[in-house]
Design a protein around this ligand. Structure first.
Ligand code: NAG
Ligand code: NAG
Ligand code: NAG
Ligand code: NAG
Ligand code: NAG
Length: 624
């Protein structure tokens, strides 16, 4: 039995909107809420806190953020590069898992998807890669029917979100790091910099690729093709993680018009259709662990859904906004029949060649096995923020177009193009969703055939994977496989079905097969041979294409880049939001986060999510 607490009751109970002692803090109770809010943001993650910050720049506008997680306590796992990855499967992780992946091997079938349940969301958990995609990755969004979403128009927002600190002159000279100030920001709230310590063996990877004739990008921030040094979301002054929490929230808690209420789980959006058009009239939520009491909060202007790629579609579907067939199955009254909601799910599944390196002095793994070295690095870190404790995320990466890593590029393109675009999608999809995928198929093929869009990322020293000796990782950047997220219960506390459908399009696997052959070629270069490498996995008995395919079926797993489940595209082609991020068919609801990405770009996602949120903030302000 539920007790409904309506806004009217809340207003009757309290009015703390003037001179409240709670200003400057994360508020903890409903009786600390303001009388009303202009905007209610669902989800205080990477995007949600960015939008909250920008909207509350106007002191006349008040903003409430509802976050399901709790604030972190700035403990090591949340802020120190040394403990990167340590937040996985903790109280800050939603701990969701996929359904068995039928196109992968049985042992690798159920995958954990780490997503942030904490103020700051996944920006508190991510692998600290602060790279950008190439211009074509963003231009492709415009080609899908989104005017204004191209590289030239998004670049100012990448810059707005960033304060870039170049490497020290010594570091730049030693590692050959170059940059182009024209593409960087200097006033943004997210700090992008290089760690004070760079593992020397990162250089071997750059040298190896250059020796194979590949280009080194002058600056990935303007041209993310080739091999390059990626910065991290790292505060250069104290070598700690820069997150949406540290950048967009912590310094702004004195704003009386910015409130965040944590441990609040949104159960649905309340809708009203009486005026002929669908409007959101409130957000229903509960306090974590106290699901008997439901609260409703209202926004005067707009509601902004920033709950992430998994939870946006869940909340929309529970609210009657989604594919009619799914809503009917759960007997949820259809408010807007929007077949795209939850479809279009994309990720960058990652695979690894595991190396044993006989001739290296230090790898990140050493901290796990050599307590003396770890203690020395810790002492350095606390003395003057130097040493290996400053190095967390990878820095040495390559994003390569197909033609730069395989001579089978033309075959692969023709395998994709000879497919009917919808051949490998799941059955039962609405015609509009199929039409949208056809369009994506066409746009992707056009770009992948050029040298301007990367097909594969190669990542050296991906330090987050410490259980491996030395993973030399790779991830497909533009998979043609599509997954989905849908509710399997009307109970908002039941995890939705998460199906990545990894490798459902079998041609995707061919990119890995070719990638592994390329990696072996890289390992043969003098620059890597100097490290004394021997292949641990898949190993010398994995030779034929079929053996390599089997290896990947048993080992590829998510890179934690969930995106695409509220795709920005016209409604006729399965879009969920329009190019102003407004949910189709709903008057006052926008989605702002990675779920609106219609085509996953070749890059780690965080810099793009900040750019999206910055652009969205300007759009929302412009519409006020
Ligand atoms: C995730 O799982 C871990 C380990 O079981 C647990 O400690 C943590 O509380 C869980 N996170 C949440 C948000 O429930
Ligand atoms: C690191 O320094 C920045 C300011 O440069 C500050 O905002 C942040 O709180 C610091 N982080 C920690 C963990 O001390
Ligand atoms: C562990 O680190 C210490 C301090 O740097 C070093 O002297 C020692 O040789 C290392 N031990 C091993 C087994 O590598
Ligand atoms: C940091 O301290 C170490 C150990 O005392 C010293 O060798 C190093 O030069 C210092 N680095 C900086 C940048 O001050
Ligand atoms: C990489 O691709 C570019 C563009 O097609 C080409 O100019 C270059 O020669 C290629 N490099 C290698 C090593 O294949």
């Amino acid at each position: 039995m539920f007790v409904f607490t309506t806004l009217a009751l809340l207003i009757a109970a309290v009015d703390v909107s003037c001179g409240s002692p709670f200003y400057g803090r994360i508020i903890e109770r409903e009786d600390q809420l303001a009388r009303s809010y202009d905007y209610v943001i669902i989800g205080g993650g990477t995007a949600g806190l960015t939008v909250a910050n920008r909207l509350s720049e106007d002191p006349k506008i008040n903003v409430l953020v509802l976050e399901a997680g709790i604030p972190d306590q700035k403990e090591g796992i949340a802020i120190l590069p040394r403990y990167l990855g340590g937040t996985m499967r903790t109280v800050y992780d939603w701990n969701v898992t996929t359904v068995p992946q039928e196109f992968l091997g049985a042992a690798n079938s159920v995958q954990s998807l780490t997503i942030g349940k904490v103020l700051g969301g996944s920006s508190v958990l991510n692998g600290m890669m602060f790279d950008r995609p190439s211009p074509q990755d963003i231009d492709a969004w415009e080609e899908l029917g989104n005017p204004g979403w191209n590289w030239q128009r998004l670049l100012p927002y990448y810059k707005k979100s960033e304060t870039f600190t170049p490497p020290s002159p010594e570091q730049a000279a030693r590692f050959g790091i170059t940059w182009d100030p024209a593409v960087h920001g200097t006033q943004g709230y997210i700090q992008s910099s290089y760690p004070n310590y760079i593992y020397p063996l990162n250089q071997n990877f750059q040298d190896a690729l250059i020796s194979l004739g590949l280009q080194q990008s002058k600056d990935q921030a303007g041209s993310a093709i080739g091999v390059f040094w990626s910065p991290n979301n790292l505060n250069p002054h104290n070598q700690t993680r820069s997150s949406s929490r540290s950048g967009y929230y912590d310094d702004f808690t004195r704003r009386p018009n910015l409130h965040a209420l944590t441990s609040r789980h949104v159960t649905k959006l309340l809708t009203d259709k009486s005026g002929g058009e669908v409007k959101i009239i409130g957000v229903e939520y509960v306090e974590a662990g106290k699901s008997q009491t439901k609260y409703v909060i209202k926004a005067k202007k707009e509601y902004i859904l920033s709950a992430g790629t998994v939870h946006d579609p869940q909340i929309l579907q529970l609210s009657g906004i989604g594919p009619k067939t799914l809503l009917d199955k759960h007997q949820i009254p259809v408010v807007v029949d929007l077949p795209g909601v939850g479809n279009g799910f994309q990720d960058h599944p990652m695979g690894h060649l595991i190396l044993n390196l006989a001739n290296v002095v230090h790898t990140p793994y050493e901290m796990e096995i050599n307590a003396t070295w770890d203690a020395e690095q810790k002492a350095l870190y606390y003395k003057n923020r130097t040493g290996a404790w400053t190095a967390g995320g990878p820095n040495s990466v390559a994003f390569l177009p197909l033609g730069n890593y395989t001579d089978r590029a033309a075959d692969i393109i023709s395998s994709y193009s000879s497919q009917d675009a919808t051949d490998h999608l799941r059955t039962g999809l609405d015609g509009s969703v199929l039409a949208g995928f056809k369009k994506q198929h066409e746009v992707l093929l056009r770009h992948l055939s050029t040298a301007k869009m990367a097909a594969m990322e190669f990542m050296w020293l991906s330090g987050a994977n410490r259980r491996y000796q030395m993973p030399f990782s790779m991830a497909i950047q533009h998979p043609f496989s599509r997954g989905f997220i849908e509710i399997n219960s009307v109970d908002p506390f039941v995890q939705p079905t998460i199906d990545l459908r990894t490798a459902s399009n079998p041609v995707d696997l061919e990119l890995y097969v070719e990638a592994l052959k390329f990696q072996r070629k890289v390992v043969q270069t003098p620059a890597i041979q100097a490290l004394g490498p021997s292949e641990v996995r898949p190993g010398s008995d994995t030779v034929t294409d079929d053996e390599i395919r089997q290896y990947f079926r048993g080992s590829i797993s998510t890179m934690f880049h969930p995106s695409g489940t509220s795709g920005m595209m016209p409604r006729e082609i399965g879009g969920v939001v329009d190019s102003k991020l407004r949910v189709h068919g709903v008057k006052n609801l926008r989605v702002v986060d990675a779920s609106i990405i219609p085509l996953i770009p070749a890059s780690h996602l965080q810099s793009t999510v900040y750019a999206i949120a910055e652009k969205a903030s300007d759009m929302i302000k412009g519409d006020q």
